[in-house]
Design a protein around this ligand. Structure first.
Ligand code: ADP
Ligand code: MG
Length: 654
């Protein structure tokens, strides 16, 4: 028997491991199972090189929990270790340079950085266990099996073991705080999180579960009628029915691995069907909706990267725009949404990315400021832009069909990433008043005579319907831009297209709506007159009136909102000026103009009968109607509006 103390400054390291990994100490499951996978992979390589004969029994990893003994075991039939190897790889942790590193960075580096720089995979077991044992036998027949035990993470014992078959058994005696991991559901949950796609089959056994009746496996007395007919059918289908049936049943009852060893992303895109892509999506993201489409990334050079990115169907009303990109390193789950690798805007998608070349171990921070990581991120961005622009060019109908769902994503990408903007700017499309999709240049070209370099847009089709109708009557087009992201996106478009300006549809009336009957003089006279009358009727000083001779004489009154002050108000709201003690409505009313149509009979009546007792009522009603067509009335104004409307109707009924 050999005893010793671990050669690295363990007193320093173990508190660090425990502390650092505190938040996700379930990570030991990933580390120990991936070590098992590594052990199998190494053996496979040896057999490829002809140094080891492929065994008859399949490679596998077993996880066994015992909630009475509070233990977990990780068992693999991989390469195993000789005594010498245990000494080298387990006892001398310093082998990976940790000691030198610690010495060098003692004061400077954060704990997280320290851990990230060397593999502490195996030792993560001590986060949850007081005692850990290893039983291992090397694939080399002449090596003795080894038993290793470490009680406190500091000193170990080593001796020969009786283990006769190749591979390694790691047993964890859980500490009091970690008993949860001997629970079947908890451990399965963790395995699913980290190991769903590991390359070696993983099987779970609950050591406390009652042993199943062995007869039950072949004769299932609880089978339903349906099951029975099914079996009968199978029987008659084949000549050697009896034999086949048992064979099938045995298969059906054979334990299933918890993981999928060949995830879809690892296959060649040509070998994957739409059904498989959808099924994979449902399974991995637990999203019952169909994805819109997907991109299969498959790259070998200059780095290795595989993955599938899905564009989810978004119900903007209910869903928040938040996707998940799962990052894997050789089929071992690393983490969700790692911002160093995945551009922020891509996190609106759902997908898996596997990059075996990633310079990362257990720590995520080791990724920062790595030029290679930036290349990966740029590559992914480029692929996504290529896919989208390709679809625009070749399958425009599909592109338009998806646009409503994918446009927030594309706009966000343009705002966040200059390169993405460059690639996508010609493929941003906008729905117009007829429901057709146009690019910005197409819209500008169509309106070149009527509204040069002006872009009118609708943010709320219902609330702005009065304006929309007016625009339609005059044959002037506008773009529907109803998403929250449209407001910053419009600012971006204005920055990138210097002469182009955006106006919300209620911002101003262009000359297109106005007939030229009204002379400047008369207009001024009317405006003065009506301003006074309306101010008096509404009992306010704060009102801007403008009289226009609108072509459509049925329009009596409407509000316009100066684009500039409206944007200013929206910005203040967004940046929460209100919370800083400033009133976001301090410009309230400012920029708002009451437009009165001198061609409308009601406006004419007011102009001609300033002293009539009906005039104040008409003024108030005209003002409220203009407001209603633009935004909801305040509670107080609404009460008055209803009362006044009743009054007016009762005159009709007389
Ligand atoms: P890493 O996996 O990054 O090398 P670990 O601390 O996880 O670091 O493991 C240290 C070493 O111990 C491994 O490189 C391997 O040589 C050995 N080892 C650990 N677990 C096993 C196992 N199940 N089978 C064979 N060797 C193992
Ligand atoms: Mg490891």
């Amino acid at each position: 028997m050999k005893k010793g103390s671990l050669s690295i400054n363990s007193e320093n390291i173990f508190p660090v491991i425990k502390k650092w990994l505190y938040s996700d100490h379930d990570i030991f499951v990933r580390e120990l199972i991936s070590n098992g996978c590594d052990a199998v992979t190494k053996l496979k390589k040896l057999s490829l090189m002809g140094e080891f004969d492929e065994p008859d029994e399949p490679y596998r990893i077993d996880v066994i929990t015992n909630s009475e003994d509070k233990t977990i075991q990780f068992i693999d039939n991989g390469i195993g270790m000789s005594a010498e190897e245990v000494e080298k790889y387990i006892n001398q942790i310093a082998f990976s340079g940790a000691e030198a590193f610690l010495e060098q960075y003692k004061d400077k580096a954060t704990e997280e950085q320290i851990i990230g720089h060397f593999g502490l995979g195996f030792y993560s077991a001590f986060m949850v266990a007081d005692k850990v044992t290893i039983e291992t036998k090397s694939y080399k027949d002449d090596e003795d099996a080894v038993y290793w035990e470490c009680e406190d993470g500091l000193s170990f014992q080593m001796k020969k073991s009786v283990k006769s078959d190749r591979g390694t058994i790691i047993t964890l005696y859980l500490n009091e705080d970690s008993y949860e991991f001997s629970n079947e559901y908890r451990i399965k949950e963790v395995i699913e999180k980290y190991c769903s796609f590991m390359p070696v089959e993983i099987y779970y056994t609950n050591a406390n579960a009652p042993v199943e009746d062995p007869k039950k496996a072949t004769i299932d007395s609880t089978a339903t009628e349906d099951d029975k007919t099914d079996t009968l059918k199978k029987k008659s289908d084949t000549d050697d029915g009896d034999f086949k049936e048992v064979d099938d049943d045995a298969k059906a009852n054979a334990p299933k691995p918890l993981n999928d060893t060949t995830p879809l992303w690892s296959k060649h895109p040509n070998d994957c069907t739409d059904e498989e892509y959808k099924e994979f999506y449902h399974k991995v993201f637990h999203d019952y909706k169909e994805p819109l489409f997907w991109i299969h990334l498959n790259m070998d050079y200059p780095f290795n990267l595989k993955g599938i990115l899905y564009f989810p169907k978004i119900n903007t009303q209910y869903d928040n725009l938040e996707g998940t990109i799962k990052l894997y390193n050789n089929q071992v789950f690393v983490a969700d949404n790692i911002k160093e690798v995945i551009p922020e805007f891509l996190m609106l998608l759902k997908g898996t990315i596997d990059c075996p070349d990633l310079p990362l171990n257990v720590s995520r921070s080791a990724l920062q400021n790595d030029g290679f990581v930036k290349k990966i991120s740029d590559y992914i961005t480029k692929k996504v832009a290529d896919k989208l622009s390709g679809m625009y060019k070749v399958r425009k109908e599909d592109y338009e069909k998806y646009w409503d769902d994918i446009n927030p994503f594309i706009k966000f990408g343009c705002l966040k990433d200059e390169k993405f903007l460059d690639k996508m700017k010609d493929y941003c499309i906008y729905k117009n008043l007829e429901g057709k999709y146009l690019t910005l240049p197409e819209y500008l070209e169509a309106g070149k005579e009527k509204y040069e370099n002006k872009v009118f847009y609708v943010t709320d089709e219902l609330a702005q319907s009065q304006y929309i109708n007016m625009f339609k009557e005059e044959g002037i087009d506008a773009l529907i831009m109803t998403q929250t992201i449209d407001s910053p996106f419009i600012t971006l478009l204005e920055q990138k297209n210097e002469n182009v300006h955006f106006y919300r549809i209620d911002a101003d009336l262009t000359d297109n709506f106005v007939s030229d009957e009204l002379s400047e003089e008369t207009a001024k006279e009317y405006t003065d007159k009506l301003t006074e009358l309306f101010k008096k009727a509404l009992d306010t000083d704060n009102l801007t009136v403008k009289v226009e001779a609108l072509k459509n004489e049925n329009t009596s009154s409407m509000l316009t909102l100066s684009e500039e002050s409206r944007r200013m108000q929206e910005m203040m709201k967004m940046y929460g000026m209100a919370g800083m003690g400033m009133d976001p409505n301090m410009f309230g009313g400012q920029g708002e103009t009451l437009v009165l149509n001198s061609n409308n009979s009601l406006v004419k009546y007011v102009l001609e009968n300033p002293d009539s007792e009906n005039t104040p009522t008409i003024c108030c009603q005209l003002y409220d109607l203009a407001v209603i067509a633009n935004r909801p009335l305040s509670a107080d104004a609404m009460t008055k509006f209803i009362a006044r409307s009743n009054e007016i109707l009762s005159i009709l009924a007389k």
